[in-house]
Each structure stands twice: as structure tokens, then as C-alpha cells.
Design a protein around this ligand. Structure first.
Ligand code: PEP
Length: 257
């Protein structure tokens, strides 16, 4: 059985003070939770303070983005070298990066290579738009995103990656997919493509999260599905009681399978 993994994507929220107070509360609420990997992904500027506040806890830390070069004339960017020793994970290819900031599949692949070269574990986001879903293009589109992200990545490296399947219209809208739908798409377009690339044995070891309006009220619907190994949580990760409840309910639903 794959160990569940629930990560909070704080997006562009929380000052340093607010971030520290949120993780202090999470440390308390999640102190006795075992059997689930948990991580928070705050904005870059709060990472050092959050890292310090997380000392003595099993909660992992991730960045929300990374450039692929170690250094250079890239105003406003943060390099993988700068994240070494600070973060365990890095989110790559979130739909907001793809759609608001114009990140391409090629960039995302470069970022995956750079992250792995610096021992940062990527959480790679894929997912289709509502139009693509309605047009029946989900499987080829999401499968294509997976193939592009893993170009030139070895099987040994792939095992370090977590995938996050997020339907774009479900992010931040309250319109989550059904557990069955998400399970089916993850099985075919995400894990199915990974199995084509690396074989079933490797694909079966890789964790795939669902993301898109996951809340304490619906997390069990997703984490009780056989193909879903966790959640990438946006809005509901900003409040300690909500995120802790998601972790606890998600883990319980996963263990019941
Ligand atoms: C996300 O940011 O990846 C996300 C899934 O957001 P939300 O949970 O708010 O839909």
C-alpha cells in the first residue's frame, strides 16, 4: 500500500508572522498522526521561518515553484540551489503557473530535472480545463502533460516524484470532481501513462494526489479511492483546524480501503 501524502499549497497567502502561527498550530494538531506524509508549501519568503518553526515535527516543507538554473540573470526567480537545505518538496507545473504565468511543458520538464538534480522531490501538477473535459480530451491531454514532464527522467528518479491531478475548474471554485471520476482519470491518464513510460511496477510505487476544492467534508470521498494516494489542498490548507481535519479524515478513509 502506498503511504498517503497530503500537502497544503498556501499560494500567495500568509505573512511571516501568520505563517509561523499556522505551522505552530498544525504541529500541535497533527502531533499524534502517523501513517501519512504531510507537507506545507508556503510562499518563498516565509520558508526559512516556517522551516525553523517546524523543527521537531514530521511535517515536510515544500516550495511552490522553482527555476531550472542554479543562478543567473532571472529577475524575480528562485533557483533549486537556493532551496537545498530549506525544502523537501517543490510544486512544479501548478495550473496557475501554467495558465497565469505561461509556463510550458518544456519549462516544467526542465524544472523537474533541476529539482531532482538537487534532491528536491517534485510534486508535478497536471489537469485539464472544463472545455477539454467536455470535449472528451482529458485522457490524451493529461497523458501528454505527464509524458512531457518526464522526458529524460529515469525510472529511479520517477519514483521520487508525486503527481497531483487537478481539474482546473475544480481549483478554488468549490466544484470538486466526484471521487469515482478522479479515480478513473488518475488510473488511466496519470498512472496509466506512467506505466507506459516506466512499467507497472514503477507506476504502482508512485503517489498520485487529487486536488481541487478538497475540504474536510469531501476528503474521504477521494482518499477512499484505490488510485488516489493523497490530496493537494489549496484554500482549506490555510486554516489549521481544516487542514488537520483533512489529514485525519483522509488518512482514516485511506486505511479503510
Ligand atoms: C490548489 O491550489 O492546488 C488547489 C487544489 O486549490 P483549492 O484546494 O483551493 O481548490
Amino acid at each position: 500500500m502506498r503511504k498517503p501524502f497530503i500537502a497544503g499549497n498556501w499560494k500567495m497567502h500568509k505573512t511571516i508572522e501568520e505563517a509561523v502561527s499556522l505551522v505552530r498550530a498544525l504541529k500541535k494538531e497533527l502531533a499524534n498522526v502517523e501513517g501519512c506524509d504531510v507537507a506545507v508549501c508556503p510562499p518563498f519568503v516565509t520558508l526559512p521561518a516556517v522551516r525553523e518553526a517546524l523543527e521537531g515535527s514530521d511535517i515536510g516543507l515544500g516550495a511552490q515553484n522553482v527555476h531550472w538554473e542554479d543562478e543567473g540573470a532571472f529577475t524575480g526567480e528562485v533557483s533549486p540551489l537556493m532551496l537545498v537545505g530549506l525544502c523537501d518538496y517543490v510544486i512544479i507545473g501548478h495550473s496557475e503557473r501554467r495558465n497565469v504565468f505561461g509556463e510550458t511543458d518544456e519549462w516544467i520538464n526542465k524544472k523537474v530535472h533541476a529539482a531532482l538534480a538537487h534532491s528536491l522531490k517534485p510534486i508535478i501538477c497536471v489537469g485539464e480545463s472544463l472545455e477539454q473535459n467536455r470535449a472528451g480530451e482529458t485522457e490524451p491531454f493529461v497523458g501528454g502533460q505527464v509524458r512531457a514532464a518526464f522526458e529524460g527522467i529515469t525510472a529511479a528518479q520517477a519514483k521520487l516524484v508525486t503527481m497531483a491531478y487537478e481539474q482546473i475548474w475544480a481549483i478554488g471554485t468549490g466544484l470538486a470532481a466526484t471521487g469515482e471520476d478522479a479515480n478513473e482519470i488518475i488510473g488511466s491518464a496519470v498512472r496509466g501513462t506512467l506505466a507506459d513510460l516506466y512499467g507497472d511496477d514503477v507506476a504502482q510505487t508512485m503517489r498520485v494526489q487529487y486536488g481541487g476544492s478538497v475540504k474536510p467534508q469531501n476528503v474521504a470521498e477521494f482518499l477512499s479511492q484505490p488510485e488516489i494516494d493523497g490530496a493537494l489542498v489549496g484554500g482549506a490548507s490555510l486554516k489549521a483546524p481544516d487542514f488537520s481535519e483533512i489529514v485525519k479524515k483522509g488518512l482514516a478513509a485511506h486505511l479503510k480501503q
